[in-house]
Write a protein that binds this ligand. Structure first.
Ligand code: SAM
Length: 266
């Protein structure tokens, strides 16, 4: 990392461990999709990606853009690599890219959850393979009953299959972050994200340690909720993390019939 001072405000922790870079490439879904990389940084992951796929990357740091332009001069000239210099969240205000793509990236952690949710909702995005803070990866990949099982896990499970590919210690990066990291994969099977269902989940997990009925009774009459729980064979005292994704969908459908019993969504 000669002459490059990592900028904290852009979440710059450069991945230096080649074995982790290799594992990311090995975990890439086998298809003809373009790869979108958010935050190519110094281009160490990009170098592996352009060997196997055509890549479009978004980098906010103009100093790094200059380094990337020079490092990938040949790939840019042949259109194997397209580099957009600027904030990806600004670019995403309209269509991010024109064709189907897989997102593969060591994400800037300060906006990682936001980026993953945008990619989940983007019909052009087919698969997501990203490095994030371990704690965040566990939330996306948790199963019912796990302490981390929450709205993020349910939204993700509703759209595809997830798995943690590899856990990564701080020593794999330069400079080293204060937290452990993980690479995880979401293979999307559907693109039908539902914002009303997401609001329902927000209510369901408003107080994660209270019972689910207690949380939902802020929006629906308690006796009707108890009846719907019985119809679905759900335990009345279940906590939000103890109810499966499928049961959340069933419960959501049933609560939609409770017209006039729902209060403001805000
Ligand atoms: N991919 C490189 C690697 O693995 O070594 C760098 C990863 S570093 C964790 C995150 C990268 O995202 C940095 O290069 C940073 O400048 C870039 N970045 C941060 N915020 C961004 C934004 N809003 N839009 C585009 N890139 C961003």
């Amino acid at each position: 990392m000669k002459n490059v001072i990592a900028k904290k405000k852009f979440g710059q922790n450069f991945l230096k461990d080649e074995s982790v870079l290799q594992k990311i490439v090995e975990a890439m879904p086998n298809n003809n999709n373009k790869v979108v990389e958010i935050g190519p940084g110094l281009g160490d992951l990009t170098k592996f990606l352009v060997d196997v796929k055509s890549v479009e990357a978004f980098e906010v740091d103009t100093d790094l853009c200059k380094i990337l332009q020079s490092r990938f001069e040949k790939e840019i000239a042949t259109n194997r690599f397209r580099l957009k210099c600027g904030d990806v969240l600004e670019a995403w205000k309209s269509e991010l890219v024109e064709e189907s793509y897989d997102l593969v990236a060591n994400l800037p952690y300060y906006i990682a959850t936001n980026i993953i949710l945008k990619a989940l909702a983007d019909p052009k995005c087919k698969n997501i393979l990203v490095m994030v803070q371990l704690e965040v990866a566990e939330k996306f990949c948790a199963d019912v009953g796990d302490r981390e099982f929450g709205a993020l896990s349910i939204i993700t499970q509703s759209l595809g299959d997830t798995r943690i590919v590899v856990k990564v210690p701080p020593s794999a990066f330069e400079p080293q972050p204060k937290v452990d990291s993980a690479v995880f994969l979401i293979e999307k099977q559907s693109n039908r994200s539902d914002s009303d269902f997401e609001l329902f989940l927000r209510a369901a997990f408003s107080q994660p340690r209270k019972t689910l009925i207690k949380n939902l009774s802020a929006h629906y009459a308690k006796d009707l909720l108890q009846k719907k729980f019985s119809e679905l064979n759900l335990i009345q005292t279940a906590r939000p993390h103890e109810v499966s994704t499928n049961d959340y969908h069933q419960l959501y459908k049933k609560t939609r019939s409770l017209d006039g019993r729902r209060e403001s969504r805000n």
